[in-house]
Design a protein around this ligand. Structure first.
Ligand code: PFF
Length: 463
């Protein structure tokens, strides 16, 4: 076991909040949230998402951070400290970030490539048809880009919690917020006039905020709720060991309840602003139909949009991909820390050794992920109906299967075995008050495990 007296720590609440928010705010907020919101009735999705964040998300986030601080252990060893019989959750919670890191680096590499293309004034090339598929099916460039992205992530981790994770988050998160606001304001002022049909950014904003109940059915509502729940789960960085690791670096006098509220507000605010940034722009550019772009939104639709804006488009494109890069980097750092801290606590490795081991594992796996679009290419259909390559399979196994299993296990551990007071007393340490305590007890014991089981069954294609 690691020497507790030498355990890394955040310098204070701000460092912790920005680092945890840095982890939560990632590709999920910027690329996934906006198109899910547009596809699921705009304001209705937003409303359900916020309600779920205050109840379901709050419960999961509080539980993991409190387990981390209480045990002062990383994911691999924390769960068994709470109850020996549930030590298996730790293994899963460590395998999940180990699976995610390589493919997150591959996507981070794509973002880096687009950033460089716009920075060097070649944005219009990225707008050409087939540019994205030609790029990812190339054999060297995606690997080089993923390698650079991984190297930067690893450097931050090597520098440790205070000088690496906290210091980088304190710079990157305010910058990210600033960039999102600038681009969102720009997007709202956009206007197009094609064949007499005028479309404005403000009309596009309405799609995001006004609930569209016109074609809503009961099963449709169920669909919106499960999509919002899945997105929340993805967005908060729970069930992947990160919040346990970060929680273990928080001092006892930090007000956990207040910090958790800040993390949730930050995460939801950036997701909303990403919507304000993307939806009106896509609407002005290509009308309602453009919204169905789905995952290809970021690498295909947006570059076309930036190119259509001329000179200002190159600047906005460059700022946009810089911002996505910051968001992805603070998330990949947290994913790597979950694994590295586990190696340190479980095997007594030094940070240097643990970081080197995980960097090599992630590098090899990232190369395989990149090769999945050329020499190792194959196509399979997943149980949820999506067609998949190596990256999608890793994403599916980690996000759709292992993560719900980790979270259901955590709910059973706290709700039914150790008891909700294990978490509540940790939050209330040093005289702090935990709001929504009654809600927490019900959520952790009954509601959250049921919601998570629905998510799992849906991913398996059973529901
Ligand atoms: N919460 C981050 C995001 O929204 O991108 C980090 C993350 C979550 C990464 C889940 C990967 C993942 F599968």
């Amino acid at each position: 076991m690691g020497d507790q007296s030498k355990r890394n720590s955040f310098t204070g609440s701000i460092g912790f909040i920005l680092s945890a928010a840095g982890s939560a705010v990632g590709l999920g907020n910027i690329w996934r949230f906006p198109y899910l919101a547009a596809r699921n009735g705009g304001g209705l999705f937003l409303l359900i998402y916020i309600l779920l964040a205050l109840t379901f998300g709050y419960t999961l986030l509080t539980t993991e951070i409190a387990i981390g601080r209480r045990t002062r252990q990383s994911p691999l060893t924390a769960y068994r400290r709470v109850d020996r019989r549930m030590g298996w959750i730790g293994i899963f919670a460590c395998v999940v970030p180990a699976i995610i890191l390589p493919y997150y680096c591959a996507i981070g590499g794509w973002v880096l490539k687009y950033f460089l293309v716009f920075l060097t004034g070649h944005g219009t090339e990225a707008a050409a048809d087939g540019y994205f598929s030609a790029f990812i099916s190339g054999q060297t460039e995606p690997i080089v880009m993923a390698g650079i992205f991984l190297a930067v992530t690893a450097l931050v981790i090597y520098r440790g919690v205070e000088r690496g994770i906290e210091a980088s988050s304190k710079v990157l998160m305010p910058l990210l917020l600033l960039l999102v606001i600038i681009i969102a304001v720009f997007s709202l002022t956009m206007k197009s006039d094609s064949a007499g049909e005028v479309r404005t950014g403000l009309q596009g904003l309405k799609i995001l905020v006004i609930p569209d109940l016109s074609s809503l059915t009961l099963s449709g509502l169920f669909g919106v709720i499960t999509e919002a729940m899945g997105q929340l789960f993805y967005s908060l960085s729970v069930a992947m060991g990160i919040m346990i690791a970060y929680g273990s670096y928080v001092s006892d006098d930090t007000d956990l309840g207040q910090s958790i509220n800040c993390i949730e507000i930050f995460d939801t605010l950036i997701a909303f602003l990403a919507g304000v940034m993307i939806i009106p722009a896509v609407y002005v550019f290509s009308g309602i139909e453009g919204m169905s772009a789905g995952p290809s939104l970021m690498f295909i639709t947006l570059p076309k949009l930036f190119a259509s804006m001329g000179r200002v488009g190159s600047v906005i494109g460059c700022l946009f991909f810089a911002m996505v890069l910051f968001a992805a980097l603070t998330s990949s750092v947290s994913i790597m820390e979950a694994v590295v801290s586990s190696f340190m606590d479980r095997f007594g490795m030094s940070r240097r050794r643990a970081f080197a081991t995980e960097t090599v594992i992630a590098a090899v796996a990232a190369v395989i992920v990149c090769l999945g679009y050329n020499v190792l290419y194959f196509n399979v259909t997943l149980p949820n109906g999506a067609s998949a390559q190596i990256l999608d399979i890793m994403d599916y196994v980690s996000n759709n299967i292992l993560m719900p299993v980790v979270s259901i296990g955590t709910c059973i551990l706290i709700g039914w075995m150790a008891g909700a007071d294990t978490v509540i007393s940790e939050v209330e340490k040093n005289g702090h008050v935990m709001g929504r305590k009654g809600l927490y007890r019900i959520m952790i014991r009954y509601v959250a495990p049921v919601l998570l089981s629905i998510l799992l069954l849906k991913s398996l294609g059973i529901l």
